[in-house]
Every structure is written in structure tokens, then in C-alpha cells.
Design a protein around this ligand. Sequence first.
Ligand code: PDD
Length: 287
Amino acid sequence: MPTAWLNGVFLPLEEAHVSVLDRGFLFGDGVYEVIPVYGGRLFRLAHHMKRLDNSLSGVRITNPLTHEKWEAVLNELVARNEGSDQAVYLKVTRGADKKRDHAFPDNIKPTAFAMSSPMPGARDLSKETGVTAITLPDIRWKLCNIKAITLLPNVMLRQQAVEAGSAEAILINAGYAIEGAASNLFIVKNGIVITPPNSSALLPGITRDLILELAANNAIPFREADIHEDELFDADEVWLTSSTREISPVTSIDDKPVGTGSPGPLWQRMSVLYQDYANAVRRGEAE
Ligand code: PDD
């Protein structure tokens, strides 16, 4: 049985309970992180902690733990769970009051929770055939840079994609492709890797940032620029990225093939760089 951590205590996941008055339950009033673990080591923890702080300050919740304390808790959580590759999920809600009221209660203590689930190990890139996606209108709120637990629009969008036989929904806002329902978006055009710039319209993905770092360090041309819907359909390659998905090549969008209809050469190159990086983390040589 997986082990979870709730408000300072490690316990079996099934025994972890919070109040029905928790504002996470009542209002989706909280934020979260998903952190990959490679070879038992937390991936890019400092980046995830910084984004957690940004999300918390965006919704005016005080982080109940220091970064050092989070690191200790999460490392112990990883050690108590099975498998060397895992995905840690952590969340902080505003906590539980004695009644339901939209406005913030006084003197409320945040609820802090973490659990971890197994992740498949290194992928065999030669076996990747790519995924299909559909485009849908971006029906989310205007603060998508905050990693809020309030995910009903994302849930509805992803479900529509699943029902259309696709892996992900690519969200369109005012004619521009923004990101996936739970992933960031990249296109490749004429050998240049392009992803939309960070803004309140999208989540600043940790995977996204690493890909840009890897591109810069390996002389792969890249640009942060808005992606018009027409450019999405005209791209040579399209990728979706996230902590759990890593880099997924998209081979068709709305039933139209992307590029040649197979995973492209720059996806292959970047995925090798990404896997090399994950292996360096496994060996303790990168963070
Ligand atoms: N989601 N955009 C959205 C809307 C996301 O929900 C996610 C990740 C990303 C990618 O961010 P990162 O590279 O830091 O994982 C982009 C996580 C995995 C989830 O909700 O499960």
C-alpha cells in the first residue's frame, strides 16, 4: 500500500483523510505540484519549490513548510514508496474552517498533503509512435500561471479529448495555440523549436524550461513566440510536454497529420537529451 504524508504525519494512503470543510474540497482553494523522481532522486526540486511559492503567493496562502522541510518530507516519502522512478504529487489548501464562506477565514491553518505513485522507467524511444490531439477552445480562467487544484475546465477538456480517441486537447485562445489541458506545447518549423512565452495564459512548465535549457546548451535553435492556430497545423513537428509525459510527439491534430505523420527528428534528438539528463539525475550528477 502506498504511503502518503498529511500535515506532518506519514500514513497509509487509504488512511489519509481531510475534513469535508476543507476549502480544497469546498472551493478547490489550493495549489499543487507534480515532481518526477528518477532513480529515487527528486527532479528539479528547486524549480518546483519556486513555482509552488509563486502559486501560493498568487492565491495568498502561506507555505506551511520551508523548502528544506519539504525536501526532507518528500525524500522520506519517496524512500517509503516502491520503485525508483515515481511521480510525487503535493498540494497545499487554505485549510478547513467551521463553516462554508467564500471569503478567507481568519486564523486558518493550511492543509498540506503529499503522495507518490510509480512512473514507468526510461522509455524506448524507438517504439514511440506518437499521440493524437484535438484542438478545443481554452475555457479556463485568466490566471493559468497558478498551478491551482481547481481543475474542472482541464478535466472537461481532457475528457473530450479522450472521448475523441485522443491523448490531449490543445487549447486555442483568440486564434492562438496556448498549451495542452495538462501539458505545454512546442512546435518545430524549419528546424526551429518554438513554444509560447510564459504569461498568465499558461503554466510555466518545469519540463518546458528544461527543454529550452537543453536547446540552448546544444545549439538547437529555439524561440519563445506565440503560435497561431495556422502555424500549429503547418508545423513540421508538434510536442506536448509535462513532468509525467516527458516529451510526447503529436502525430495528428484534429485528424490531420502533423508533418510526415511520424515522430520527427528534432523530437528524437531532444528526447535523447532529456533522457540523458534524467539518467544524470539518476546517477546524482544533475538536479
Ligand atoms: N500537469 N500545463 C498544464 C496546464 C499542466 O497541468 C501541466 C502539468 C503542464 C506541464 O508542467 P510540468 O512540465 O511542470 O509538469 C503544463 C501535471 C503533470 C498534472 O496536472 O498532473
